[in-house]
Design a protein around this ligand. Structure first.
Ligand SMILES: [Zn+2]
Ligand SMILES: [Zn+2]
Length: 379
């Protein structure tokens, strides 16, 4: 028994060979030989479309030149996809495996609902939007705070510079596809299913390139590095993705270009930390400053400010200096969060030791007195 494949539903092998469904074996042979000669890879080095046509012609010939295969192919095409669907659960003669059915349904309905999805601005059938691209941009802290205009280099598919994306060799232009008459789709009537499939001759473009462009081999696309100017708004944070519309990969067949996403990588500041729009800063203070209170001068991104540390400030307390954070967009600037940390000197001079000992002697109450009842209970 011949081995039917999913492709049998999808491909009209008669159309591939350009013969009618009741063509004789001789007609089929003649049509195949002509196509094979025209599209043979040796005669068309590097021409991917010719290679594709050559392969299709071979597949079509394999099926249609074998009377048994051809008969089965004809039956399946007449019955339509429904035969495959309903017959697959039970072992039938169709040669389908059960797990083909999901594919088949997906293929059918995906195609049905997907019609026209790829239409681009020009309305061309088969228009494909370009890829979205992503690249990283390293910024120093200041550039991220204040904003910057810079550029990134991306390597991507762009419209071929020789043919300007048409795929046709200079001096020639694409012609209307003779198979689909420029519609980009062909209608298939299969049993009670009737659906349009993208035209294979022109890959849904509706146009056919007869003399492919030597630079891009007819694809209309080439890979090139290019530089894209990027305006970084003030206040971007590490990890921020900036979308630059239309600067991604080139579209095909009149499809619009994709977008370029620039991911900001902001290097840390040697002093300030960042939490959203707030800046953070840790400032050491002495025990006397914490105990007695002090006025401490702290830097900001602009000019220094004085911070009043009240008497009795504990280590780790955070003070908010309003408006000294990061300004981003129209939102009000964030704050500077100053955390004071009481430092303990590693070495004491004799004089300091004497003073601290005096303090210890004068400190009547232990800060751990509240632990007393737990300590007593345990002993
Ligand atoms: Zn080209
Ligand atoms: Zn076509």
């Amino acid at each position: 028994m011949a081995q039917a494949t999913r492709e049998w539903f999808e491909k009209d092998y008669y159309k591939v060979l350009g013969v009618s469904p009741d063509a004789s074996e001789r007609d089929i042979q003649r049509a195949y030989r002509k196509l094979a000669k025209q599209n043979h890879p040796d005669a068309n080095p590097g021409d991917r479309q010719a290679e594709e046509r050559f392969k299709e012609a071979n597949t079509a010939h394999d099926v249609l030149s074998d009377p048994a295969k051809r008969q089965e192919y004809d039956e399946i095409r007449r019955a339509g996809p429904a035969a495959g669907m309903f017959g697959a659960g039970a072992p039938s003669g169709s040669g389908f495996r059960v797990d083909d059915i999901g594919d088949l349904l997906g293929g059918l309905f995906g195609r049905a609902t997907g019609r026209g999805r790829g239409r681009g601005a020009t309305g061309a059938v088969g228009a494909v939007r370009g890829d979205d691209l992503e690249t990283e941009l390293h910024l120093d802290f200041d550039a991220a705070i204040h904003g910057a205009t810079t550029s990134v280099s991306v390597v991507s598919d762009v419209a071929c510079h020789t043919c300007h994306g048409s795929g046709a060799a200079p001096g020639t232009s694409p012609v209307i596809c003779p198979v689909c008459a420029g519609r980009g789709v062909v209608d298939d009537n299969q049993g009670f299913f009737s659906f349009s499939t993208p035209c294979r001759a022109c890959r849904g473009t509706g146009m056919r390139v007869e003399t492919p462009c030597p630079t891009c081999q007819g694809s209309g696309i080439e890979r090139r590095p290019r530089t894209v100017k990027v305006r970084i708004p003030a206040g971007v944070d590490d990890g921020k993705r900036i979308r630059i519309k239309g600067r991604g990969g080139a579209g095909q067949n009149g499809g619009s270009a994709g977008d370029l996403y620039v991911v900001c990588r902001v290097s840390p500041h040697e002093l300030f930390g960042r939490r959203g729009r707030d800046l953070t800063l840790t400032v050491p203070i002495t025990f006397p400053e914490a105990a007695l209170g002090a006025t401490v001068t702290v830097p900001t991104l602009s000019r220094a400010v004085t911070l009043k540390v009240p008497a009795g400030t504990r280590s780790g307390r955070t003070f908010r200096v309003r408006g000294k954070g990061v300004a981003a967009g129209s939102a009000p600037a964030g704050d500077l969060l100053v955390t004071v940390e009481v430092t303990v000197p590693e070495h004491l001079s004799d004089e300091e030791r004497e003073a601290v000992e005096k303090l210890a002697a004068a400190s009547l109450e232990s800060p751990r007195s509240y632990l007393g009842k737990w300590i007593d209970a345990e002993s």
